[in-house]
Design a protein around this ligand. Structure first.
Ligand SMILES: [Fe+2]
Ligand SMILES: [Fe+2]
Length: 393
């Protein structure tokens, strides 16, 4: 079922004029991609060209003097943020959840894994593959964090708390894609080559979160995203359990708990920004929400389906893995977490931003309900990730 909320939502930037953009699912509030990427690839003129984003690129919107705020938070970040990293020796590794290729029982364990996977429907695999590809585009997310003024890793091995966090966060996240990738490979249920191509395209395309090198926007974005991934991996865990695969449920649940820990760290950074600079932070929050939180894999492409991300998101919505309601719930959670309603002493613009974000969750829900009332019968379409078997959107 495709909800049609996105075009109802306030937006500061025009989307592409392609007619099917009006049909995009609302839950990801994502930016558009141009179809020219596909044509360019086919024509062979510029084979390296990925699908393109259409937003105007806006850079360095944080006033330079505010960089001092982040420098002054160095010690605070060491004591309050780095503590949310787990020492490597205490971390789980993908191998803990997978058949051991060096053991006698390897063949048998793989057979059992494949038997369990047979009980899981195709639509679940579409969502799990999309989640895995999202995790596998990790180079893009480390790059995104290192675009942020005042907190970027200036050398690649910088010892600032911000840089230490970003590298260790990346290293923790790296296990997520690894684990899901190896599980999916062993399951025998999916077209690994198509999946690998999609990952290559996606990393080549990057992402456009519209955070403008601005760490206020960047950390609001990551707070939202960590919670979104916590919710979606939690839901794939729940569904795996429903399908009788407790080992896959454990895999997804373990990843979800990492995301929760990361959410705690990023929301703490923004909480501190609210304390130091409430006006600037509430305006950044409103700005980010007006632009909508695009999902990290919104530029996804498999060489075939020009609307792959939209289709994957619609399956995720139908299965209840990540929905328009989740988007509103996350926003409401963050408004409460940062006590936005209780902020006082704001400027006029700050108060308008406060009113906007506090009223937004109920506006999104109203639009969602209206869209659900108008929902039409969903089509069934092929996904290359599962050998072009068809899945209902
Ligand atoms: Fe992750
Ligand atoms: Fe994460």
């Amino acid at each position: 079922m495709a909800l049609k909320l996105n075009h109802c939502m306030p937006s500061s930037q025009p989307l592409s004029s392609r007619p099917n953009h009006r049909l995009r699912s609302p839950k990801f509030f994502m930016a558009s991609t141009l179809g020219s990427g596909l044509k360019t690839v086919e024509n062979g003129k510029k084979p390296y060209m990925p699908p393109r984003e259409v937003h105007v690129q806006v850079t360095h919107t944080m006033p330079p003097q505010k960089i001092e705020i982040f420098k002054s938070m160095e010690d605070w970040a060491e004591k309050n943020i780095l503590v949310h990293l787990k020492p490597v020796e205490k971390c789980w590794q993908p191998q803990d959840f997978l058949p051991d290729p060096a053991s006698e029982g390897f063949d048998e364990q793989v057979r059992e894994l494949r038997e369990r996977a047979k009980e899981i429907p195709d639509d679940y695999f579409v969502v799990l593959v999309g989640d895995m590809i999202t995790e596998e585009a990790l180079p893009t997310y480390q790059t995104m964090l290192n675009t942020l003024d005042g907190v970027r890793d200036e050398t690649g091995a910088s010892l600032t708390s911000w840089a230490v966090w970003t590298r260790a966060w990346t290293a923790e996240e790296n296990r997520h894609g690894d684990l899901l990738n190896k599980y999916l490979y062993l399951s025998g249920r999916v077209d690994m080559r198509q999946i690998e191509k999609t990952t290559q395209y996606l990393i080549g395309s990057g992402m456009d979160p519209r955070t403008e090198n601005n760490p206020y926007l960047g950390f609001i974005y990551t707070s939202f995203q960590e919670r979104a991934t916590f919710i979606s991996h939690g839901n794939t865990a729940r569904l795996a359990k429903d399908h009788g695969d407790l080992k896959l449920a454990q895999i997804c649940g373990t990843i979800a708990s990492d995301e929760k820990r990361h959410e705690t760290a990023y929301t703490k950074i923004v909480e501190k920004l609210f304390e130091i600079d409430p006006d600037g932070t509430v305006m950044a929050f409103a700005d980010m929400m007006r632009k909508k939180i695009s999902m990290p894999a919104h530029l996804m492409f498999d060489g075939q389906d020009d609307n792959l991300f939209k289709h994957y998101s619609e399956v995720a919505q139908r299965l209840g893995v990540y929905t328009a309601k989740d988007y509103a719930d996350i926003l409401e959670f963050l408004v409460g977490r940062w006590k936005v309603e209780k902020l006082t002493g704001l400027s006029g613009e700050g108060r308008r931003a406060q009113d906007y974000v506090c009223g937004l969750p109920s506006r999104i829900r109203r639009l969602e309900e209206r869209a659900q009332g108008q929902a039409k019968e969903s089509p069934t379409i092929p996904f290359s990730w599962i050998f072009n078997r068809k899945v209902k959107l």
